[in-house]
Design a protein around this ligand. Structure first.
Ligand SMILES: NC(=O)c1ccc[n+]([C@@H]2O[C@H](COP(=O)([O-])OP(=O)(O)OC[C@H]3O[C@@H](n4cnc5c(N)ncnc54)[C@H](O)[C@@H]3O)[C@@H](O)[C@H]2O)c1
Length: 330
């Protein structure tokens, strides 16, 4: 099975590739497992830091290019691709800063990926990553589920909603076999923050665990829906494998989440990071970040995803322990 991951140099793209290699095979539609024969990671540039086991792996190729360039995307489909994880995206704050770029990458680029998959005529399996930012607005309920009306209040969220609708429609037409994984805030991102408004959430863990102080730009009482990166990656793979019949006409699945507050996140660092010299949390409001993050749903009802076997950690402290094991030990 030949797999393409767009946004393949990013945080989740690299972790996804590593997880697929570790599995070695996938069983789409619960049929006989097929071996993972190659993974193409596509991104604007090679990662500044490679995830272990990817760089010199003979099953991994790297393609450098911009998905807003249709010719480049066409070149990614020169050899048959069986499964695509479309992760490349302009993320939330960046999309607010640059509307035209967000539309070029998140809409035009997404259409290039979908249309080139369509032109293969093999009902390519496609997993698109959307976000909680697809919800928002004055009438949003505090807890959302997969039937909640999507009224995004950012350009990023608007482009993700359009991507979700296109996945449904391309699948309905039989152009591809698409699914959308709608992600809550993913923790704990290692290394440097990206331009997502939610980036500070990972910083709440990462910086104190490194012994550095960190700024908390929102009210500690703010509710958040979060999920650890291990569950995110396992959930995305599970969604790729599920038979289409289990999703019906609504191909977007909200991943389950831990519904917590920012204060709970800070407490989890103290609980799981005991024994380490922890940096402090310093509350300093940032109106822009508070506005964007505050416009997202407060909690997720993930019962549909849970019933389909997608995972969620038991508690925040488990995520901190995984992060310490994956990134801070040795
Ligand atoms: N991490 C989260 O909290 C979170 C939450 C909700 C949704 N998501 C979604 O999950 C996906 C992956 O997120 P991530 O955390 O790994 O983000 P990331 O920023 O680490 O990775 C995104 C990648 O897309 C690439 N990219 C951007 N523009 C491109 C272009 N024009 N052509 C090719 N590549 C381009 C970037 O270079 C980057 O490597 C994204 O679609 C994001 O919207 C993430």
């Amino acid at each position: 099975m030949r797999i393409l991951i767009t946004g393949g140099a990013g945080f989740l793209g690299q972790r996804l590739a590593a997880a697929l290699l570790q599995r070695g095979e996938l069983s789409l539609d619960d049929k006989t497992a097929s071996p993972v024969s190659s993974i193409v990671l596509s991104d604007l540039q090679e990662p500044p830091r490679w995830h272990a086991g990817l760089k010199d792996n003979p099953l991994v190729q790297f393609g450098t290019g911009d998905i807003a360039d249709g010719h480049y995307v066409q070149s990614l489909f020169k050899d048959k691709v069986h499964l695509v994880f479309h992760l490349a995206s302009i993320v939330s704050s960046h999309g607010e800063q640059d509307f035209d770029l967000a539309l070029r990458v998140n809409l035009d680029g997404t259409r290039h990926v979908f249309d080139n998959a369509r032109s293969q005529n093999n009902n390519t399996r496609m997993v698109f990553t959307s976000s909680l930012a697809a919800f928002g607005g004055d009438h949003m309920p505090s807890t959302i589920n997969d039937h909640t009306k999507q009224t995004a209040t950012t350009t990023y969220g608007t482009t993700k909603t359009i991507g979700e609708l296109l996945i449904n429609d391309y699948s309905r037409k039989g152009f591809l076999d698409g699914r959308t994984a709608r992600l809550p805030t993913v923790i704990i991102r290692p290394g440097k923050p990206n331009k997502a408004a939610s980036s500070f959430v990972s910083g709440l863990f990462r910086e104190p665990l490194n012994g550095e102080d960190c700024v908390v730009p929102v009210d500690p009482a703010m509710p958040m829906a979060v999920l650890g990166y291990r569950s995110i990656v396992d959930g995305i793979i599970r969604l790729a494998e599920l038979p289409a019949s289990s999703l019906g006409s609504e191909r977007a699945l909200g991943l389950p989440a831990l519904n917590v507050t920012v204060q709970d996140l800070m407490n989890a660092v103290a609980n799981a990071g005991h024994g380490r010299a922890l940096g402090k949390h310093i509350i300093k409001y940032d109106d822009n970040i508070a506005r964007i993050v505050g416009s997202w749903p407060q909690a997720i009802d993930g019962s549909r995803a849970l019933s389909l076997g997608l995972p969620v950690e038991n508690q925040l402290e488990d995520i901190v322990e995984y992060y310490i094991a994956d990134y801070l030990t040795n």
